[in-house]
Design a binder for this molecule. Sequence first.
Ligand code: ADP
Length: 295
Amino acid sequence: MELIIENLMKTYANGVQALNGVSLTIPQGMFGLLGPNGAGKSTLMRTIATLQDASSGSIRLGDLDVLKQHEQVRRQLGYLPQEFGVYPRVSAEMMLDHIARLKGLADSAERKQVVEALLQKVNLWPARKRNLGTYSGGMKQRFGIAQALLGNPKLLIVDEPTAGLDPAERNRFYNLLSEIGESTIVILSTHIVEDVQTLCKRFAIICGGEVLYVGTPHDAIKMLEGKIWAKSIDKSEVDDYRNTYRVIATNLSEGKLFIRIAADENPGNGFEHMKPSLEDVYFNAISTKMDLVTL
Ligand code: ADP
């Protein structure tokens, strides 16, 4: 099964054009949607999750018209929104049982089995009796995945799930998602390049409501081979360099500023050639867009 998005547009009532002709074909596996804040990721996620309308365009999930057949799509869909609130005084086990009942699992013995399997899968079985209010950020996110997986969705949407997780929790969460991605379409929206680098076979960069790149991380990095240069400069020089070169990253270290630029030819001037990274791809893509926006 594939999710096919064609020429999706969304203009909010206040005139903000959040999606400007988005077209993407998303097969089974982990697909990353990478973009800065305000890029339009949540708008796209919520539209795919049938929670809001598009202005025009189409979305198909297999045979289903996502923009029209809301009920049928919801039966195939798991969604972990950006702001996932939990009832703090209810245990994970009770809450999951409750959501399962709401999702139509009427048989209590079957429900018990499903809830146990999910709690095991997300590694919360030992903590199942604890109230959700006592859970860490990572545990809450894993609980969020468990509720999203109720009903065996064919499509799982996770909106910025790793923000605020510490490295160990993030790792655990990565493992869980990559396991799910073996049998499901998983769309992971994120502004964290590492999420895509670690998990996604394919990804898109979105900015200003437009898709700037879609493909594999490997191919994206290859496109920048021979084009990334770096040098350390004095902090006071940074504006001059910005005016002369396409600066895609600046890092401060021991009072010196290390800048990375993108240039097709060797810029000379003490710049050294660097191996491109996915971060370079991302910042280069969105800086192009930002330039267009400021023009
Ligand atoms: P992201 O998830 O990438 O941060 P969003 O989809 O939340 O991006 O937002 C895209 C743009 O649409 C932003 O400019 C945001 O301010 C605007 N926006 C989002 N939701 C609404 C809304 N309900 N009404 C008006 N503008 C909105």
